[in-house]
Write a protein that binds this ligand. Structure first.
Ligand code: NAD
Ligand code: DAU
Length: 350
C-alpha cells in the first residue's frame, strides 16, 4: 500500500483532505501527523478514525529528531504538508511560533524526506499546501498568477513564502520531487472560530458584536473547503513535478458585503427578522499591515488538471451556516475548556 503522510490533518482543511483520501483511496495508508494545537481537533475526524487505512500520529514537526525517526520507521511514499500556524492576527502578536512551525517544521520534513528518498526519487512526492498571501496585496484590478512575484506582507505570509522557497530549493538542489499549490481564503465546516466567517456565525449565535477591521473594504476571494480538498486531490495525482498551481473560486467579496450576506443567511436560518444580525456589525481598529485585496487566477489548474469549484458562494455559505448550527457541541467544545484561552484572548484583544 502507498503510504501517504498528511500533516495538519486534524485542522480545518487537513481534516477534509484526510477524509477525502481515506474514503477515496482504499489502497493508500493515510497517516495523519498533527500536534493537536488549539487549531487541531480529532473531533473533526470521528467518521474515519476506525477505518483500516487510517492512522493518527500525535507529533510536532518542529522536533527534527522525532520527524527523522518517523520517516525512517515508516518510509512514507508521499507527503501532503498542511501543518502550519495559519492565523494572520496571531502572527502579528507572536511571529516566532510561525517561524518555528511554518519554516523550521517544513525544513525538518524536507530533510527527513530527502534522507529516506535520496537515490530513489521515482514515485515520491512532497506536496506543499500554501497560500495566495505569499503574493502580497493587489490593487483594485488584476489577479495573482503562478508567476506573480512573491511580496509577503505579514509574518504569516512571510513564513509561508519562506517555506515555499525552501521546497523549491530542495527540488532544485537535491532533485526532491515536489508540487506547490497556493490557495485563496477557505470557508466551511470545522474552521476554528477565530477566522472571519465562523467568528461571525458564533458571535451572531451569542448576540455579540461582529468586529469588522477598518472600513470593511478589504477584499478576499472565497473557496468552499471541500472544493479545496478536491483541488488538492487533483494536484497530488496529476500535478507535474516542480510546478505550482493557484487554487481559487473566482469569488471576490468585500468583508462588509460578505458579513451582511452572512447576517441575512443567519437571520433566515434562525427564523428571525432579516436585519436583526446586521445590527451587531461593529467597525474596529484595522489589522496592522492589512492586505487590501486577494484574487486568484485559477485558469492553470482548470486547463491543465480539469479542476473547477463545484459550489456557488450562496450555496457554500448556506451549507456552512447549517453545519455550524447543526454542530453546536463542536462549536461549544472549541470555545471552551482547553481551547477557551485561544478563543477569548483573540476576542478580547480587539
Ligand atoms: P488550521 O490552523 O485549521 O490547522 C493547522 C493544523 O496544523 C492543526 O491541526 C494544528 O494542530 C496543526 N499543527 C500546527 N502546528 C503544528 C506542528 N508544529 N506540528 C504538527 N502539527 C501542527 O489551518 P488550515 O486553515 O486548515 O490551513 C492548513 C494549511 O493550508 C496551512 O498550511 C495554511 O497555510 C494553508 N492555507 C490555508 C488557507 C485558509 O483559508 N485557511 C488558505 C490557503 C492555504
Ligand atoms: O488567503 C488565504 C489565507 O486566508 C490563508 O492563508 C490564511 O491561513 C487564512 O487565515 C486566511 O487569511 P485572512 O487573514 O484573509 O483570513 P481571516 O478570516 O482572518 O480574515 C478575512 C478578512 O476579514 C481579512 O480581510 C481580515 C478581516 N477580518 C478578520 C477577522 C478575524 C475582520 O474584519 N474581522 C475579524 O474579526
Amino acid at each position: 500500500m502507498k503510504k501517504v503522510l498528511i500533516t495538519g490533518g486534524a485542522g480545518f482543511i487537513g481534516s477534509h483532505v484526510v477524509r477525502l483520501f481515506v474514503n477515496q483511496y482504499q489502497d493508500y495508508l493515510i497517516y495523519n501527523l498533527d500536534a493537536l494545537t488549539y487549531a487541531g481537533n480529532l473531533e473533526n475526524l470521528t467518521d474515519v478514525e476506525n477505518k483500516s487505512n487510517y492512522k493518527f500520529i500525535k507529533g510536532d514537526i518542529t522536533d527534527g529528531d522525532f520527524i527523522n525517526d518517523l520517516f525512517s520507521d515508516i518510509q512514507f511514499d508521499a507527503v501532503i504538508h498542511l501543518a502550519a500556524e495559519s492565523h494572520v492576527d496571531r502572527s502579528i502578536s507572536d511571529p516566532l511560533s510561525f517561524i518555528n512551525t511554518n519554516i523550521i517544521g517544513t525544513v525538518n520534513l524536507l530533510n527527513a524526506a530527502k534522507s529516506v528518498w535520496e537515490g530513489n526519487w521515482s514515485d515520491r512526492l512532497f506536496y506543499h499546501v500554501s497560500t495566495d498571501e505569499v503574493y502580497g496585496s493587489l490593487g483594485d484590478t488584476g489577479f495573482f498568477v503562478e508567476s506573480t512575484s512573491y511580496d509577503p506582507k505579514s509574518p504569516y505570509s512571510a513564513s509561508k513564502a519562506s517555506s515555499d522557497h525552501l521546497v523549491r530549493a530542495y527540488g532544485n538542489t537535491y532533485g526532491l520531487p515536489y508540487v506547490i499549490s497556493n490557495c485563496s481564503n477557505n470557508y466551511g465546516p470545522n474552521q476554528f472560530p477565530e477566522k472571519l466567517i465562523p467568528l461571525c456565525i458564533n458571535n451572531i449565535k451569542n448576540n455579540k458584536p461582529l468586529p469588522i477591521y477598518g472600513k470593511g473594504e478589504n477584499i478576499r476571494d472565497w473557496l468552499y473547503v471541500k472544493d479545496h480538498a478536491t483541488a488538492i486531490d487533483n494536484v497530488f495525482h496529476k500535478g507535474e513535478n516542480g510546478e505550482t498551481y493557484n487554487i481559487g473560486g473566482h469569488n471576490e467579496w468585500t468583508n462588509i458585503d460578505l458579513v451582511r450576506l452572512l447576517c441575512d443567511v443567519m437571520d433566515e436560518a434562525l427564523e428571525q427578522e432579516i436585519g436583526t444580525s446586521q445590527k451587531l456589525i461593529t467597525f474596529v481598529k484595522d489589522r496592522a499591515g492589512h492586505d487590501l485585496r486577494y484574487a486568484i487566477d485559477a485558469s492553470k489548474i482548470d486547463k491543465e488538471l480539469s479542476w473547477k469549484p463545484s459550489l456557488t458562494f450562496e450555496e457554500g455559505i448556506k451549507k456552512t451556516v447549517k453545519w455550524y448550527l447543526d454542530n453546536e457541541s463542536w462549536l461549544d467544545h472549541v470555545t471552551s475548556g482547553k481551547y477557551q484561552q485561544y478563543y477569548q484572548s483573540q476576542y478580547e484583544e480587539r
